[in-house]
Design a protein. Structure first.
Length: 245
């Protein structure tokens, strides 16, 4: 039988809110948690049906770099970058993994700290032509940051995000949990739009950008992951919940 040290989150319930269960859900389950997945965002095509992105990808060889900020963006550009000479950049390792797997090419730039600001800082000097494929509600951190560094940036909406209102049973399960994990600022915003400022006792976020979104939304953050990855978020949740036991 597994011991508490092997399954530190056994007996604890944690809410996740991403579009689909992913690496965080799997990792929390491995640590013994009961994971309540309550998606608050639905992924849909861009309002223009993807026309702007398709136009940019048709002239992909006029760009030096393409930047994606999520797996959904990576999925929508992967076919076009296969066989091209454009260099690839991704904000985080999970996004880079999807882009590399779908395109059959390595991703040249992934910042060691998985933040949009870190990607801008890690970008090599030069007046690069850069295509940024992102969500309709994405912050302008990458686009503005690269332009300030002298790059010629074309930003395209790769997909849109829509609010999903949870059912009564999902709402009860979410608010009855021990903790909630937020992996993005948009997840925080979706929670407040759908549920309000009520939360489980512990609120953990993946990084400072998500923390800022929570502060703006009047959510009290219990902990910010020191390592801005799903592994770091799982560690932060474990520290909060084990320390609370």
């Amino acid at each position: 039988m597994a011991t508490r040290s092997e399954l530190p989150l056994r007996g604890r319930t944690i809410v996740t809110t991403r579009y689909q269960p992913g690496a965080l859900d799997a990792l929390l389950a491995q640590l013994g948690a009961a994971v309540v997945h309550v998606p608050l965002i639905e992924i849909a095509e861009a309002a223009d049906g993807g026309a702007a992105l398709a136009d940019a990808l048709d002239r992909i060889d006029t760009f030096d770099w393409i930047v994606v900020t999520s797996r959904h963006g990576a999925e929508r550009v992967a076919d076009a970058v296969r066989g091209s000479s454009i260099r690839l950049a991704a904000v985080g390792t999970a996004t880079a993994t999807v882009l590399a797997a779908r395109s059959g090419r390595p991703v040249e730039l992934v910042p060691s700290v998985q933040l949009a600001t870190a990607l801008v800082e890690a970008f090599p000097p030069g007046r690069w032509a850069v295509l940024v494929a992102q969500a309709d509600r994405a912050a302008d951190t990458v686009v503005t940051g690269l332009r300030r560094r002298g790059c010629d940036v074309v930003a395209c909406t790769a997909y849109s995000t829509r609010l999903r209102v949870p059912s009564e049973s999902e709402l009860a399960s979410a608010l009855g949990a021990d903790a909630v994990a937020f992996a993005s600022g948009s997840a925080v915003e979706a929670w407040v739009e759908a549920i309000g400022t009520r939360t489980p006792p512990i609120v953990c976020v993946i990084g400072p950008t998500t923390e800022s979104a929570a502060t703006r939304s009047s959510l009290k953050v219990s902990a910010v992951a020191a390592d801005h990855t799903v592994e770091g978020l799982a560690r932060a949740l474990t520290e909060q919940l084990v320390g609370d036991s």
